[in-house]
Design a protein around this ligand. Structure first.
Ligand code: GKR
Ligand code: MG
Length: 414
């Protein structure tokens, strides 16, 4: 059970030109894959944010982790904070947590393999045997612009108006059976996005819809939009920036508000609760300190009568498996989880291939650990893609400025 090695592999995979409040996704998304080698040839897998910072930090931790037990998560977490605090004193606690979270997943995977139990059992047991996900809809271009001006549409095509969004939702539903929708907003003037939500609600009666402008709206715009959308929305996610403004929108409109922006750590929960600023917290084990702490978040949400859903970023199957285990072990999960998986699954690095989403659900794996096996060849292939991508950190704004040099990411925008 002792950690003997930590192997860190940066990868990149194809990503469509998805639009958001800070620009547009680059042609490749970055992730970091880790292999935690423990005694007896057991290897724990972890996946988390990509980028030069995370890679450097994980490599800096290697020597201090070797010799620790994969079952001793508190010591591993303390070690991460101590070592990163020494080598990068300016690094925020949240950034430290992001690094620890990847290790936490790999430890859980190793623990499961060592004990012959699926991770969900190590987290206290499954309260559900399948986890519902929402179709994550994006405004998008039909293709990444090419240097020579030729356009080859990706398989999804463009989505720049309500018709395009409904078409995309239909495609997602046909392929994966999703039973609810999330629209990434903050891209076009709010009236257009309100129309897209209404079009979804009309096209898919009875299927919940949510929209997430990532703080692109002013207080006044948010209140007006919430009033227009009363009855059409499951919840409104981060219409404004900050707990105070969220509390004002919630109080003025009675619309349930969700966040992955103003409550992202445990010490931010009390003020949000005191001000009734958020009705749903979007968990994310990559950001909340791994799987055990995300399970803790579920208990806190239940205590305060707050709903829980799950945030996502571009990711592959190790993350989807981890998300599914932790969601299955969280009694407080009240809403379908977000996932970017349909956008990126074709480049997955697990065997025998991408994880199935059927009727909008992922079945909780019952094999030991996370229940996914690494495809070493695919990992090597996506590592090569990373090396040739020339991308060091995600930067949607700079990429957008190649096509719109005056693009201004300042929020709120509308
Ligand atoms: O992938 O463009 C995106 C999303 O905007 C992502 O970066 C957000 O973190 O999905 C996320 C959210 O819910 O805010
Ligand atoms: Mg969000």
């Amino acid at each position: 059970m002792i950690i003997r090695d930590l192997i860190v592999t940066p990868i990149a995979f194809r990503d469509p030109p998805l639009l958001n409040a800070s620009g547009v996704h680059e042609p490749y998304a970055l992730r970091t894959i880790i292999r935690l080698v423990v005694d007896g040839g057991v290897v724990g897998l972890g996946e988390g944010s990509g980028g030069a910072g995370v890679i450097r930090r994980l490599n800096a931790l290697r020597d201090s982790l070797v010799g620790l037990s994969v079952f001793d998560l508190p010591t591993i977490e303390r070690t991460v904070r101590r070592v990163l605090g020494d080598v990068e004193p300016e690094l925020s606690r949240l950034e430290q947590t992001r690094v620890y979270s990847i290790l936490d997943v790999a430890c859980h995977d190793a623990q499961g393999k060592l004990t012959g139990r699926p991770v969900v059992d190590l987290l206290g047991g499954a309260v559900r045997d399948r986890v519902p996900y929402a179709a994550y809809l994006f405004y998008k271009w039909g293709a990444h612009p090419s240097a020579d001006g030729t356009v080859t549409y990706d398989e999804w095509g463009p989505a720049l108006d309500p018709e395009g969004i409904v078409r995309q939702a239909q495609l997602m539903t046909d392929r994966y059976g999703f039973r609810s929708f999330k629209l990434k907003g903050g891209v076009f003037p709010p009236a257009a996005e309100v129309d897209a939500v209404r079009a979804l609600a009309e096209a898919f009666p009875g299927k919940p819809v949510r929209i997430d402008p990532n703080g692109a709206w002013t207080l006044e715009t948010s209140i007006a939009a919430a009033e227009h959308l009363a009855g059409s929305l499951e919840y409104l996610e981060d219409p404004v920036l900050g707990v105070d403004a969220m509390a004002q929108v919630a109080t003025a409109t009675g619309m349930p508000l969700a966040t992955n922006m103003c409550v992202v750590d445990f010490d931010q929960i009390p003020v949000a609760v005191a001000n009734a600023a958020v009705q749903i917290i979007l968990s994310d084990h990559h950001l909340w300190g791994g799987m055990r702490h995300t399970r803790d978040l579920s208990a806190i949400c239940e205590t305060f009568g707050i709903g829980m859903s799950m945030h996502s970023n571009s990711h592959l199957g190790i993350s989807l498996a981890a998300m599914t285990h932790v969601a299955a072990a969280s009694p407080g999960l009240t809403h379908a989880c977000d996932t970017h998986y349909p956008w990126n699954r074709d480049d997955d690095i697990i065997l025998p291939g991408a994880i199935d989403i059927v009727d909008g659900d992922v079945v909780v794996p019952r094999r030991p650990g996370l229940g996914v096996e690494l495809d070493e060849e695919a990992l090597a292939r996506q590592h090569e893609v990373f090396l040739s991508s020339g991308i060091a950190e995600r930067d949607d704004t700079t990429y957008m400025r190649r096509f719109e040099p005056d693009y201004d990411p300042t929020l709120p925008r509308y």
